[in-house]
Design a protein around this ligand. Structure first.
Ligand code: GAR
Length: 217
């Protein structure tokens, strides 16, 4: 049985599109049953509909600071679609500790840095200002702390001399689109488990690649 997944978005939804595409494969252990946006103008909503996926808007703005009231409506939608796993894809709204606790171990997020470095806003700019030579993207379980929580998968790229936040973001996005479907495959397939604050995965041998940046010659 495929695990039933909701993707939560606030914007263009390119990670959402990558997950939808991957989940079309017969052997993929999850199906995307609904995309939910907290903004009616999120570009990803149209992309989801075009892909034949149910797309729901629950505007968070009218709820103001009442996060629990927003989450009650969100939870009702998740119940309606019998959602088992949640993937956040650029979902720009913080959750209450109660909601996070309820979904702990079943809710993933993707962030465009090698966490725990550079959580929060403008991670690519943070990486450039720190002068790191390697950056990347992280898929992690969601906890009450923003862009923290047990790490399921990471992918890395070299930072180059003339990178701007925009060029770096674009290359990291390419990594995001590869690792998010792979991470969901592991979780939905029962090949990722939490041991305290650490995520253990089957297939943890990695790809064997070594990334050295910059090259000396
Ligand atoms: C992605 O780069 C994602 O990693 C980032 O928002 C972008 C959403 O793009 N998320 C965060 O920064 C979370 N803190 P998308 O809508 O095209 O998937």
């Amino acid at each position: 049985m495929k695990r039933r997944v909701a993707i939560l978005i606030s914007g263009r939804g390119s990670n959402m599109a990558a997950l939808i595409e991957a989940a079309r494969a017969k052997d993929f252990p999850a199906e995307i049953v609904v995309v939910i946006s907290n903004r009616a103008d999120a570009g990803g909503l149209e992309r989801a509909k075009a892909g034949g996926i149910a797309a729901v808007t629950i505007e968070s703005k009218p709820f103001g600071k009442d996060r629990a009231a927003f989450e009650a409506v969100l939870q009702a939608a998740l119940d309606k679609y019998r959602v088992e796993l949640i993937c956040l894809g650029g979902f720009m709204r913080l959750f209450t500790a109660g909601f996070v606790q309820h979904w702990y171990g079943r809710m993933l997020n993707i962030h465009p840095s090698l966490l725990p470095s550079f959580p929060g806003l403008d991670p690519q700019g943070q990486a450039l200002r720190a002068g790191v030579r390697i950056s990347g993207a992280t898929v992690h379980f969601v906890t009450a702390e923003t862009d923290a929580g047990p790490i399921l998968m990471q992918g890395a790229i070299a930072v180059v001399e003339d990178d701007t936040p925009e060029t770096l973001a674009e290359r990291i996005l390419g990594i995001e689109h590869r690792i998010y479907p792979d991470a969901l495959r592991l979780l939905a397939g029962g090949r990722a488990r939490l041991e305290g604050d650490i995520c253990k995965t089957e297939g943890s041998a990695g790809t064997g690649g070594v990334l050295i940046s910059p090259a000396a010659s």
